[in-house]
Write a protein that binds this ligand. Structure first.
Ligand code: NAP
Ligand code: MG
Length: 404
């Protein structure tokens, strides 16, 4: 069988621990036998980040800007423990944070649904994608503990030196706490555009919600910016695509999400997205079945799994023990990137391959062959738990049949 050719490379960002082991297995068993892979390889493994003083992360993000599509393996975000373990000269920043800052992107997380693993919310029939605004609010806050008898005010000095003051609270009879938050129109606008573009890409409705009835300036600004951009730039495109933009209050949104059957994109402010993405991921079944894509406002895509490097499994692997680690989200990162590359290059053979890779993966699980995490959740009767490698071999069998 002739291998599928690629015209433009994708950016390949390798990573750490168990996912790095899976990365190579996936390539060897499911990508390289079928595709004449063109990729620009960046090793984002912690050792190489240390060796390059983290320049490799910046280079990989710049390359993503150049080529437009990247696929990323999970990476360690160093903490004090990791600094010791890897003998680091610095506590390097989260690669995802660095890449997101360079691409100015929004993260979209979508669960992969399979028969036998029913969402805890039984009326959810289609995936719900969560888009989280990744800038500002409580994640860039200034906060203080305030003693009884204090008066807290909000003071803004404009560029001409004029002051505006507003009372926050007079602390009479009790100590207390205060918090200062901010966001910027530019970031909110980028977030809105990334969401509108992604909705058009997926041909799914877009929902957005804030608490604008209570927060009449702060949250209302989010609502207004979304609305202005939609009316000016996207309304017609949405009509043509047969999809809608729907705004409501956050509490109403939560109620509607639970009652819905899924199949839409839910744009969330930073904190809402943090909380709701964990709720949605858990309700759909497993973090190992959650894909993630970073989309920049100018249409650059970086695909990855939502989970981390699965450290505990890696130590088992290093001990020579058999592992049963789920590679599905990482696999779907590859298929997502290759499908997008195919779409951008008009390479239908490549996009078709990506569809078949996903089909073969889902068919394997629905045939009852799965890794340990899914085995615990699946309601299939003839289910069988297999190790990391056997799972990929089984997908290979089905993919080979589909490609023939
Ligand atoms: P994690 O790697 O997602 O793993 C947490 C637990 O979830 C695992 O121990 C495992 O449970 C289960 N799990 C996650 N993915 C799985 C899979 N594919 N197959 C089977 N089980 C899976 O999160 P973590 O342990 O908090 O973080 C480990 C490292 O990953 C950290 O250094 C962190 O910095 C990094 N991280 C990176 C990213 C990223 O690059 N995007 C995201 C998150 C975390 P059991 O052990 O019970 O089997
Ligand atoms: Mg969270």
């Amino acid at each position: 069988m002739a291998k599928i050719q690629m015209t433009t490379p994708i950016v390949e960002m390798d990573g750490d621990e168990m996912t790095r082991i899976l990365w190579k297995m996936i390539k060897d068993k499911l990508i390289l036998p079928f595709i004449d892979l063109k990729s620009e390889y960046y090793d984002l493994g912690l050792e190489n980040r240390e060796k390059t003083k983290d320049q490799v992360t910046i280079d990989s993000a710049e390359a993503t800007k150049k080529y437009g599509v990247a696929v990323k393996c999970a990476t360690i975000t160093p903490n004090a423990e990791r600094v010791k373990e890897y003998n680091l000269t610095q506590m390097w920043k989260s690669p995802n944070g660095t890449i997101r800052a360079i691409l100015d992107g929004t993260v979209f997380r979508t669960p992969i649904l399979v028969k036998g693993i029913t969402p805890y919310i039984s009326n959810w029939k289609k995936p719900i994608t969560i888009a989280r605004h990744a800038y500002g609010d409580v994640y860039k806050n200034t906060e203080m503990v305030v003693s009884e008898g204090s008066k807290a005010e909000l003071i803004v000095t404009d560029k001409y030196g004029n002051e505006t003051r507003q009372l926050i609270h007079e602390f009479k009879g009790s100590d207390g706490i205060i918090q200062g938050l901010h966001n910027v129109d530019k970031s909110i606008g980028s977030f809105a555009r990334a969401c509108f573009n992604f909705a058009l890409d997926k041909k799914e409705d877009l929902w957005f919600a804030t608490k604008d009835t209570i927060s009449k300036k702060y949250d209302h600004r989010f609502k207004d910016i979304f609305n202005e951009i939609f009316e000016k730039e996207y309304k017609e495109k949405f009509e043509k695509a047969g999809i809608t933009y729907f705004y409501t209050l956050i509490d109403d949104a939560v109620a509607r999400v639970v009652r819905s059957e899924g199949g839409y994109i839910w744009a969330c402010k930073n904190y809402d997205g943090d909380v709701m993405s964990d709720m949605v991921a858990t309700a759909f079944g497993s973090l190992a079945m959650m894909t993630s894509v970073l989309v920049s406002p100018d249409g650059i895509y970086e695909y990855e799994a939502a989970h981390g490097t699965v450290q505990r499994h890696y130590y088992k692997y290093l001990n020579g023990e058999s592992t049963s680690t789920n590679s599905v989200a990482t696999l779907f990162a590859w298929s997502g990137a290759l499908r997008k590359r195919g779409e951008l290059d008009g390479n239908t053979a490549l996009s078709d391959y990506a569809d078949k890779l996903e089909k073969a993966t889902i068919a394997t699980i629905e045939d009852g062959i799965m890794t340990g995490d899914l085995y615990l959740l699946s309601s299939l009767e003839n289910k069988k738990k297999v190790d990391s490698e056997t799972f990929l071999d089984e997908i290979n069998k089905r993919l080979t049949a589909l490609m023939a």
